[in-house]
Design a protein around this ligand. Structure first.
Ligand code: SF4
Length: 488
């Protein structure tokens, strides 16, 4: 079925589209400007009319109609907000759907809470503001507030405290829902040795910059992909370079997102321990084999549990486990069983993602994706939000993504003191993070100034082939770090 969005007298396409997608997910809207007539029965018109000094919304959806208008407000941001609010109310009325995050379309609800708390607003008033302004449900407001309160206690104090991210963009196979640039080990086999070598070169360069400007590395995060998809020797080569060239004196956490249980051997876990990383992720996503089989992950629930036990046996005292709510063919009961079993293992943190499928994911084109029931997925996330805090895992980071089932959220829950700083900071834009490897970006944050982002090339072959050009970009990073070095 086709749908059109018609915009008249304003440039709020992005926000209007985001609101429409809350109620009409997974469609590509025909976008029409001014007098263009839509070629479809279903359309939404949003208009700002300066002559009549009015804003109006008209909706025609599946034979139903809605119309509303208001006197125009003078300020542009407020015009956008009011127009979107009228649209949200209209779509809510026509569809009967009450989105849990209300009309909030942004990816960082916690940021709104932290900003309000930072301005001195008491927590109760923050909750009221979120409810009145964005129509967010009480459950989600509580989740955002609880998360913000945990974050407040762990945020860094000095702009010179930074994080380091290293990307290893290879995986044993491609998960059906994956839209990252990750390459399967089989297809990238010949690239991996050279990739590792270039990554080590980049780590050395960043290490020199960090030393030159006397920055303090607080966290290292080796992610991907699946970092343990490379050999134990290659992993050692990378982590050894970190040991030699990055000053880890002030480190608060060092994570290797091992990820896929089928890549975790005793030898690789020993390398990680020896190189002083103290946190790993063992990500089952689900402990139902029938569901796992449909994800393309090629490991079983038993392997995930074995990998967890092996890591424990080798002395890892900070393990995260990732789950996904909404995997095709999973059920509320199935998710509840997975959650219970994972809680019984007692990892230090449990991250509950909601399924997100972008066009680049194989699942996007699969009918199984269309069959996912949003109310059931909502219940899975609600169950996590109820059971985990009651058992001691507090929500400590929360973000939303486009194309997530039901516009729901991803939440990291951790035992007190086991919150992952990097996960908080990557979403929060409060700390400089230097990135190495393909797809990584460096984000330099000077207080009160525009954030500088320097992107690396997206694909491994580009990263290797254009490495010299990439190194030229380090000059820009150096200029920004020089300014950062002036802060205490
Ligand atoms: S493990 Fe992660 S990065 Fe690798 S294919 Fe699966 S979703 Fe993508």
């Amino acid at each position: 079925m086709n749908y059109a969005l018609i915009f008249r007298g304003h440039n709020f396409e992005y926000e209007v589209q985001a609101v429409a997608k809350i109620f009409i997910p997974g469609v590509r809207f025909q976008l029409c400007r001014e007098q263009d007539a839509p070629e479809t029965e279903n359309w939404i018109l949003t208009e700002l009319n300066p002559v009549q000094n009015r804003m109006q919304v008209k909706i025609r959806l599946h034979g139903m109609q809605y119309e509303d208008s208001l006197p125009a407000v003078p300020e542009t941001a407020e015009q956008e907000f009011q127009l979107c609010r009228m649209l949200w109310q209209g779509l809510q009325k026509l569809t009967g759907y009450q989105p849990p995050w209300g009309m909030l379309t942004g990816i960082r609800p916690v940021r709104k809470v932290l900003d309000a708390l930072g301005q001195g607003m008491p927590p109760g008033q923050v909750c009221e503001m979120l409810k009145q302004k964005y129509q967010i449900s009480d459950r989600k407001i509580k989740l955002a507030l609880d998360t913000a309160l945990v974050q407040q206690a762990v945020l860094p104090h000095s702009p010179r405290e930074i994080g380091l991210y290293l990307s290893i963009p290879f995986c044993p196979t491609r998960c059906s829902y994956c839209s990252f640039v990750s390459h399967s080990v089989a297809s990238a086999k010949n690239l991996i040795p050279e990739y590792v070598q270039k990554l080590c070169e980049e780590i050395k360069i960043l290490g020199n910059l960090i030393q030159n400007y006397a920055l303090s590395v607080q966290s290292v995060y080796i992610g991907g992909g699946t970092p343990t998809a490379v050999s134990a020797g290659q992993l050692r080569q990378i982590m050894q370079t970190v040991q030699e060239f990055i000053n880890l004196e002030h480190i608060r956490e060092y994570t290797v997102e091992a990820g896929r249980p089928d890549t975790m051997t005793e030898e690789k876990l020993q390398v990680i321990r020896e190189m002083q990383a103290d946190r790993i992720s063992v990500n089952p996503q689900t402990l139902r084999n029938s569901v796992l089989q449909k994800t393309g992950r090629c490991h079983t629930a038993e392997q995930a549990v074995e990998a967890f036990r092996l890591a424990r046996k080798l002395g890892f005292a900070n393990i995260n486990m990732d789950l996904i709510a909404g995997l095709p063919s999973d059920t509320e009961q199935g998710f509840a069983d997975t959650l219970r079993k994972v809680m019984e293992l007692h990892p230090e943190s449990i991250t509950v993602h909601t399924l997100t499928v972008k066009r680049a994911g194989n699942l996007y084109h699969d009918t199984a994706y269309q069959k996912i029931e949003i109310p059931a997925v909502e219940k899975m996330t609600e169950l996590s939000a109820r059971l985990l805090p009651a058992a001691g895992w507090r929500p400590y980071y929360l973000y939303r993504q486009k194309n997530t089932v039901g516009n729901l959220e991803n939440v990291g829950y951790a035992l007190p003191g086991k919150e992952n700083l990097y996960n908080i900071l990557i979403m929060d834009d409060r700390q400089t993070i230097l990135g190495a490897g393909c797809g990584a970006s460096s984000k330099i944050i000077l207080p009160g100034q525009k954030i500088t982002r320097v992107m690396n090339y997206k694909f491994p072959y580009e990263y290797i082939g254009r490495f010299d050009e990439l190194m030229a970009k380090k000059e820009q990073i150096a200029q920004e770090l020089e300014k950062l070095a002036l802060y205490n």
